[in-house]
Design a protein around this ligand. Structure first.
Ligand code: TYM
Length: 334
C-alpha cells in the first residue's frame, strides 16, 4: 500500500515495434486501472538485452516506448513511468531471488523454450533467469496487481511461488501479486495464422498490426486476415480467425462477444474485416496523434524521466533494504 492505495506494477520490452496485442492486452488496461492504484510502469530495458540489441536502436526504442505510455493516456505525474535500468534495485533483488529459484522451475518456462529455439546461437543465462528478474520487478514495489496478457501468466505464477517461498523463510516480506487479465484482448492472435500469438518479432509483416501503422495499412492487413470457409460469424474455437477478429473488435469498442456476434449476424467476412479494421483505426488514432506531439517535447519527457526515476528508486530501496536485512547482509554504517 502506498498512501492508502494498492500498488500496480507492469512493464513492456522496448524490443521491436509494439503491436495491437501489446496495446489491447496490456497498455489499454493499464490506463483503465491507473486511477484506482498507485502505479509503476516500467520500460524493461534490462530484459531486452537477453537478446542481442543494437545500442542506439535500443535507446531510441526505449524512449519511444516511454513516450508511448504517456501517449496512451497514462498521466506521468500520477503514474511512475520509468526505465528499469535507472533503478539498480531491480538487478540487486533479482540476484537475491535467483538464490530462491530452482533450475527445474525455470526449465519449465515455455517462453524460455520458445526463445531458446529462436535464438539457438545465444542461449545465455539471462534468457534463462529472465522470469526471476521479472519477479524482482514486481516484488520490489510490493505490487498487489499486475496487468498482463495471457502469455505472461506463467511468469506471474513463478513470481508468486518465489515470493511465497521467501516469505515462508523470512516472514511476510513480499506482497503476493495477483495477475489482471482483461475480458477481451488478453491474447490477440496473428492475422496470418490464428493459432499463433501476434508478436512484435513476426517475420510476416501482414501477421501483426503495429501501433504506429497508418489507417490504410491497418485496413489492408485486416482485409488479408486469414479466416475460414464456414461462412458464419460465431465466437468459437472452431473458427479461430473469426474469433480473433471479434476479440479485437470487442477490445477496441468495449462490446461483449455476444453483442458483437449479434451485430454481425448475417454479415459477410468482408464486412466484418472492414469493421474490425475501422475500430482499430479509431482506437489508435488519438494515441498516434499524442505520440507525435509528445515526441517533439524533449524537455518535458526528460523531466518525467528524471522525476520518476527518483520516485521509483525511493520505493525500490525501501523493499531492497528490508530484504537485505532479512537475508543477513550487514547494515551500512553512516
Ligand atoms: P512484452 O514486452 O512481450 O509484452 C508487453 C505486454 O503485452 C502483452 N502482450 C499481448 N497481449 C495480448 N495479445 C498479444 N498478442 C500480446 N503480446 C504481448 C504481454 O502479455 C505483456 O503484458 N516479460 C514481459 C515484460 C515484463 C513484465 C515485468 C510484465 C518484464 N517485467 C513485470 C509485467 C510485470 C514481456 O516481455 O512483455
Amino acid at each position: 500500500m502506498i498512501d492508502g492505495k494498492k500498488v500496480l506494477f507492469s512493464g513492456m520490452q522496448a524490443t521491436g515495434t509494439l503491436t495491437i496485442g501489446n496495446y489491447l492486452g496490456a497498455l489499454q488496461n493499464w490506463v483503465k486501472l491507473s486511477d484506482e492504484y498507485e502505479c509503476f510502469y516500467s520500460v524493461v530495458d534490462l530484459h531486452s538485452i537477453t537478446v542481442r540489441q543494437d545500442p542506439a536502436e535500443l535507446r531510441k526504442r526505449a524512449r519511444n516506448l516511454l513516450t508511448l505510455y504517456i501517449a496512451a493516456g497514462l498521466d506521468p505525474k500520477k503514474n511512475c513511468i520509468y526505465y528499469q535500468s535507472h533503478v539498480s534495485g531491480h538487478a540487486e533483488l533479482s540476484w537475491i531471488l535467483n538464490c530462491f529459484t530452482y533450475m527445474g522451475e525455470l526449465n519449465r518456462m515455455t517462453q524460455f523454450k520458445d526463445k531458446a529455439a529462436k535464438h539457438a546461437d545465444n542461449i545465455n543465462a539471462g534468457l534463462f533467469t529472465y522470469p526471476v528478474l521479472m519477479a524482482a520487478d514486481i516484488l520490489l514495489y510490493q505490487a498487489d496487481v499486475v496487468p498482463v496478457g495471457i502469455d505472461q501468466m506463467q511468469h506471474l505464477e513463478i513470481t508468486r511461488d518465489i515470493a511465497q517461498r521467501f516469505n515462508g523463510v523470512y516472514g511476510d516480506v513480499f506482497t503476493i501479486p495477483e495477475p489482471y487479465v482483461g475480458k477481451s484482448g488478453a491474447k490477440i492472435m496473428s492475422l496470418q495464422d490464428p493459432a499463433k500469438k501476434m508478436s512484435k518479432s513476426d517475420e510476416n509483416p501482414n501477421a501483426s498490426v503495429y501501433l504506429m501503422d497508418d489507417p490504410d495499412t491497418i485496413i489492408r492487413k485486416f482485409k488479408r486476415a486469414v479466416t475460414d470457409s464456414m461462412a458464419r460469424i460465431a465466437y468459437t474455437d472452431e473458427q479461430p480467425g473469426i474469433k480473433n477478429l471479434l476479440d479485437i473488435y470487442c477490445a477496441c469498442t468495449g462490446k461483449t462477444s455476444e453483442e458483437a456476434v449479434k451485430e454481425f449476424d448475417g454479415s459477410g467476412y468482408g464486412d466484418l474485416k472492414l469493421a474490425v479494421g475501422e475500430s482499430v483505426v479509431s482506437a489508435l488514432k488519438p494515441v498516434q496523434e499524442r505520440f507525435a506531439e509528445l515526441s517533439k517535447d524533449k524537455a518535458y519527457i526528460d523531466e518525467i524521466i528524471k522525476e520518476n526515476a527518483d520516485k521509483a528508486n525511493y520505493y525500490a530501496m525501501k523493499t531492497l533494504r528490508k530484504v537485505q536485512k532479512k537475508v543477513g547482509f550487514p547494515e551500512r554504517i553512516r
